[in-house]
Design a protein around this ligand. Structure first.
Ligand code: SF4
Ligand code: FES
Length: 267
């Protein structure tokens, strides 16, 4: 199949960007979208031109590195599919495809299709540690978790941190990402000792990083390749409200001590 790519080229964070057209006559429907970019880069390298910068790692839909905007949609036209798993059969022969970086105020462009998503890492970092008992491996049935709770926690844990939800949101909100990380731990026994502190620090970090607020568009859920549901955002809002109603958090050192004793008290 023959495809034309209109790709965003930008030399660096402060350089002006522009779309450049590339014709690829020898694309195959079985190739993935990243295979197509690889093919184009081989052609550019053979001509001595600068290749297109894009992020990828696992190419199996599990690391979250590969998000780009394809025809205006983060990860492209196929629902619940990362860019690395997007087959070219999702496009028509002769189609012109526009490819640009994930667009969000909190994701500055580094080069071409690469953006800096470290703001998401800092939200997770703000969540701090999780208290665990060290020593020998615990008895597997010693910490019973109801099947419905375990399933909900696993659904939240499926978030791969790709940032598509942020780029899809008209407000540039990271609520779906933050909610997935927060609710995952809030559901499990291991997440209880630091639960209240985590709700406040992660939500505060989300706001500090320049992400917008959630106004219930649910564009994030539609763009999410892992089908993370907006119900988790409602859960995050509950977590945050309950934490605030409990009053100010103790200073961090006291909190560590407090969480340590709570962890020891956790069955
Ligand atoms: S919630 Fe979905 S879209 Fe957002 S970072 Fe996680 S996996 Fe990606
Ligand atoms: S490269 Fe890892 S999810 Fe796409």
């Amino acid at each position: 199949m023959r495809l034309t790519l209109r790709i965003w080229r930008q030399d660096g964070p402060s350089a002006a960007g522009r779309f450049v057209r590339y014709e690829i006559p020898q694309a195959a429907a079985a190739m993935s979208f990243l295979d197509l970019l690889d093919l184009l880069n081989e052609q550019l390298a053979a001509k001595g031109e600068r290749t297109i910068a894009f992020d990828s790692d696992c190419r199996e839909g599990i690391c979250g590195a590969c998000g780009v905007t394809i025809n205006g949609r983060p990860h492209g036209p196929q629902p619940k599919t990362t860019t690395c798993q997007l087959p070219l059969s999702a496009f028509s022969d002769g189609e012109v495809i526009t490819v640009e970086p994930l667009r969000a105020r909190a994701f500055p462009v580094v080069r071409d299709l690469c953006v800096d998503r470290s703001a998401l890492d800092r939200i997770v970092q703000a969540g701090g540690f999780v208290s665990v008992k060290t020593g020998s491996a615990p008895e597997a049935n010693g910490l019973p978790v109801a099947k419905t709770i375990a399933d909900a926690a696993l659904d939240a844990a499926a978030c791969i941190g790709c940032g598509a939800c942020v780029a899809a949101c008209p407000n540039g909100s990271a609520s779906l990402f933050t909610a997935a990380k927060l609710h995952h731990l809030a559901l499990l026994p291991q997440g209880q000792p630091e639960r209240a502190r985590r709700a406040q620090t992660m939500v505060a970090a989300m706001d500090d990083e320049g992400f917008g607020g959630c106004t219930n568009f649910a564009a994030c859920q539609r763009a999410c390749p892992k089908d993370i549901r907006v119900d988790h955002i409602a859960a995050m809002n509950r977590e945050h409200l309950l934490s605030v109603l409990r009053g100010p958090l103790p200073p961090a050192d006291d909190a560590q001590e407090e969480s340590g004793s709570a962890a020891r008290a956790t069955p």
